[in-house]
Design a protein. Structure first.
Lengths: 250, 604
């Protein structure tokens, strides 16, 4: 197909789809009605398990199995990146060089890094109470470490980043989600059923397994994301192709 | 152990195995990794075999102790559990096949390949067993994430990366469509559980929202099932993926798409407020016929063995779609058996072409002409696989095909001819390749100048010690898989269980009762017959005979019509459409969605 035919075909099809989709959306229930079928049921269920943040309750208790699948996707993505970005036989390793950075930038990084780490831990730990949780806090934690790269250089990041340890932490955190699920089965209940005391509503220990799963996901997201970025950064910064013309072409 | 524990275990076992491999892979030797992977795969087979025997009509598990009105419920009838069991058997086969075969990365990255295979398994098992629409989407994505990485495995070559990218982009695009569709249905009903969604839709008359929601959800499943025109990613991905991955993708993953369409239609859209049976049947049988035809024609054109087998999968998925779209218990029985036997046969054929790749570094039908004469046992297995693919009795493919044909013939008397043609042509193409490669029959085909072809030469062997002897597992695994396909056709108990499963699969009322109330109601629907009939045996023999004649003619006189022939011109146009250009594939996908919307809207 020529580029023109392709574009015409796609635009024609897209126009038809857009028409149908717009017509379908016009039949959606109107905004702002008091009728929220799932929300009503989910809030009641979250309160029954003394979890103040209903979203966390949906993610880590009521529909925790979805989250198990999602964190496995992340785990698989990290494994996949490890596999695809491994050093090919024709790639050479070149040690990253020290870079010159403005002292103010360096100072900014040194101050901000620990603050960001604390914020990340806070967001993970308070997932059951307020907006946030393992996914969001994990991303903040991973970002914190990469401030070293932004404010210093790649060598500084590599010193702060024990990759083997992070790889293992990533896998163990992924496994621990499944193990918490199995604990429910062992205790005689259902898979992923809460096995811990529910605690006092709106306290940090409330919600039973919700904070535990939040922590597992927080560790997995933080270590997984760092490992994922490490593979990409290694590829960009440290691996070179001795004969670019062979792999660059067709 | 009861089904309520076995259902989540079917997902938990491969997930834990995968994490274990990722942690210990760097410490263990290659043998240690293989032992862990084999143990996990075996445990999964045992778990699903128990579920298959103990599950009854419909086994359910309320995860987290939450009922279907808020939480996620896993629900497995013998069809879903059987499909998950097929996945588990094929994964075990793949793990054993890879023992001595595969050049896996060492050191820091050891164990990553089997870990991804197990994640892939968890995704497929979860998808087959879940009773929740959004949860199905999550597992769909999980199997995608693992499959993209596995497809691009050979990083030294730019082609695998391109194949994996096309696969990933097309599937992700379709997955977004699916998510939009789930959103539309959720907005209307406030439900994600399949059974409750079906009940929720019944409160509204069918309108455009239902149609668009259904088409969008079906898009992702049709891409996975590789129905024309959503199929373009499949041959590209199969041509470049490592052999063990091809075995899983063709043997089970693609079929999950067809299963998903049947499952979602029956549980959500088959009642009032859904999509009328007539509209669904006409649309999806049309799609199936188109897929079977395009797959068969393209299959015949290939000389790259893996692409040839990939297009044969496309063609067979067309037949499966027809079987599902008939909307009868008989059609579902036939398709279930056909899928199971086809999965074993196709995986065996891929495994055998892996032997060629290992020995000769090529999977090119023309380049290998007569070169594999020494591998006579492999050749015999390959020929047996080709005949099994045509539906030769008493292979399970033959019984599945016969039952599907019978069911299809009740609706449209010409449909059985479609089944015979598609299975004969695809089987003949495989047989033709086998006769040339293993027996050196006929003249060496010569390429024509100006012909655009994917030759299948210059492939890298998947392991780097060409002087070693052939590992016995590489022949044993395909032999066992073919024996399984044979057993599926010969053991009436399996077909009988699948027939009971099909009765439950096509009975949304008892599904709804079991999932919503948690009580397993026995299905009142009649149980379809699932044995050999004279007509079925004759049609199977007809397919096999036609295939043999076609293959013999092709080997003797060449497989292509003269260039000036109008048929040759049409085929060239069709081949040119499979351009390898990602933009083309997305344009076709959009066209497919638009046409489906229009077709279904016109009929409701």
């Amino acid at each position: 197909m020529t580029a023109r035919t392709r574009l015409i075909m796609f635009l024609a099809a897209a126009a038809v789809i857009a028409g149908f989709f717009a017509a379908a959306c016009s039949r959606l229930p109107p905004f702002g009605t008091p009728d929220h079928p799932y929300a009503a049921r989910a809030v009641a269920a979250a309160l029954a398990h003394r979890t103040a943040n209903t979203v966390a309750s949906v993610n880590f208790d009521i529909r925790a199995f979805d989250t198990l699948g999602e964190e496995s996707i992340l785990f698989g993505t990290v494994l996949g990146a490890t596999l695809l970005l491994r050093r090919a036989r024709d790639e050479r390793h070149r040690r990253a060089e020290a870079e010159r950075v403005m002292p103010t930038t360096r100072l900014f990084g040194t101050l901000l890094l620990p603050v960001t780490l604390v914020v990340g831990v806070y967001i993970v730990a308070h997932g059951q109470l307020s907006p946030g949780g393992g996914f969001q806090g994990g991303v903040v934690l991973a970002t914190a470490l990469h401030l070293a790269y932004v404010a210093a250089d790649y060598r500084a990041l590599k010193r702060l980043r024990p990759l083997t340890f992070l790889d293992v932490a990533d896998s163990l955190a992924a496994a621990s989600f499944t193990l918490v699920g199995l604990a429910g089965l062992v205790a005689g209940g259902a898979f992923l059923e809460n096995v811990l005391p529910l605690g006092t509503f709106n306290q940090i220990t409330s919600g039973g397994t919700v904070p535990v799963l939040n922590a597992a996901v927080g560790i997995e997201v933080a270590s997984g994301l760092i490992a994922l970025l490490a593979h990409f950064l290694d590829q960009a910064v440290e691996l070179t192709d001795p004969d670019q013309h062979e792999t660059g072409g067709d | 152990m009861g089904p309520a524990a076995l259902l989540p275990l079917a997902v938990a076992i491969p997930l834990l195995g995968s994490a274990l491999l990722a942690v210990t892979g760097r410490l263990l030797s290659r043998v240690g990794c293989d032992i862990v992977a084999t143990a996990a795969a075996t445990a999964e087979v045992v778990c699903l075999a128990l579920l298959w025997t103990r599950g009854g009509h419909l086994a359910t598990a309320e995860l987290g102790g939450w009922p279907a009105r808020v939480g996620i419920v896993l629900a497995a009838d013998p069809i879903g559990a059987g499909l998950a069991l097929l996945v588990a058997v094929l994964v075990l086969a793949v793990v054993v096949y890879s023992w001595r075969y595969f050049d896996e990365p060492r050191g820091q990255h050891a164990g990553v390949f089997p870990a991804l295979i197990l994640l892939f398994e968890a995704g497929m098992a979860g998808f087959a067993l879940t009773g929740d629409l959004f949860n199905a989407f999550v597992f769909f994505e999980l199997m995608g994430a693992a499959a993209y990485a596995l497809t691009g495995y050979r990083i030294e070559d730019p082609r695998p990366l391109q194949g994996a990218l096309a696969f990933g982009v097309v599937t992700s695009f379709a997955a977004y469509c699916s998510l939009l569709g789930i959103g539309l249905l959720y907005a209307r009903t406030g439900e994600l559980n399949l059974a409750r969604l079906g009940r929720g839709l019944a409160g509204h008359p069918t309108d455009l929202l239902t149609v668009v929601g259904f088409v969008l959800i079906a898009t992702a499943l049709l891409v996975k099932a590789a129905a024309v025109p959503f199929h373009f990613w499949l041959p590209d991905a199969h041509a470049v993926a490592p052999t063990p991955v091809c075995m899983l993708m063709s043997g089970a993953m693609v079929e999950l798409g067809a299963y998903g369409i049947g499952r979602v239609y029956w549980t959500v859209f088959s009642g009032p407020g859904g999509i009328p049976h007539g509209a669904f049947r006409t649309t999806f049988v049309t799609l199936g016929v188109l897929t079977a035809l395009v797959g068969a024609v393209m299959c015949w054109q290939q000389r790259h063995l893996k692409r040839l087998l990939a297009f044969s999968t496309v063609s067979h998925v067309g037949l499966f779609l027809i079987g599902v779209a008939l909307l009868t218990p008989d059609g579902a029985t036939g398709t279930a058996l056909y899928v199971a036997a086809h999965g074993c046969v196709k995986a065996a054929l891929f495994a055998l072409s892996g032997v060629l790749l290992d020995r000769y570094g090529s999977v090119d039908e023309h380049g290998l002409h007569g070169r594999a004469r020494a591998l006579r046992p492999v050749g015999l297995l390959f020929a047996a696989g080709a005949l099994a693919l045509t539906g030769l009795p008493p292979f399970g493919t033959g019984l599945g095909k016969a039952l599907s044909e019978d069911a299809a013939g009740h609706w449209q008397p010409w449909l059985p001819a479609m089944f015979v043609a598609a299975s004969a042509v695809t089987g003949a193409a495989v047989l033709r390749a086998g006769l040339r490669i293993f027996w050196g029959l006929g003249p060496v085909p010569r390429g024509r100048p100006g012909e655009e072809e994917t030759s299948g030469e210059g492939e890298e062997p998947e392991i780097r010690s060409p002087r070693r002897t052939l590992p016995p597992t590489m022949v044993l695994v395909p032999a066992v898989l073919l024996a399984l396909a044979l057993a599926l056709g010969c053991l009436p108990a399996v077909a009988g269980a699948l027939a009971r499963g099909a009765a439950a699969f096509t009975d949304p009322a008892s599904y709804r009762a079991a999932v919503i109330t948690g009580r397993s109601a026995s299905s009142g629907a009649h149980e379809p017959a699932a044995g050999w009939t004279t007509a079925g045996v004759l049609l199977g023999l007809l397919s096999a005979g036609l295939a043999t004649a076609l293959a013999a003619t092709a080997v003797r006189y060449g497989s292509q019509p003269p260039r000036w022939h109008p048929a040759a011109r049409a085929v060239r146009t069709l081949r040119r459409l499979h351009s390898g250009h990602l933009g083309d594939y997305l344009a076709w996908l959009a066209l497919g969605v638009a046409v489906l919307c229009a077709m279904l809207a016109a009929q409701t």
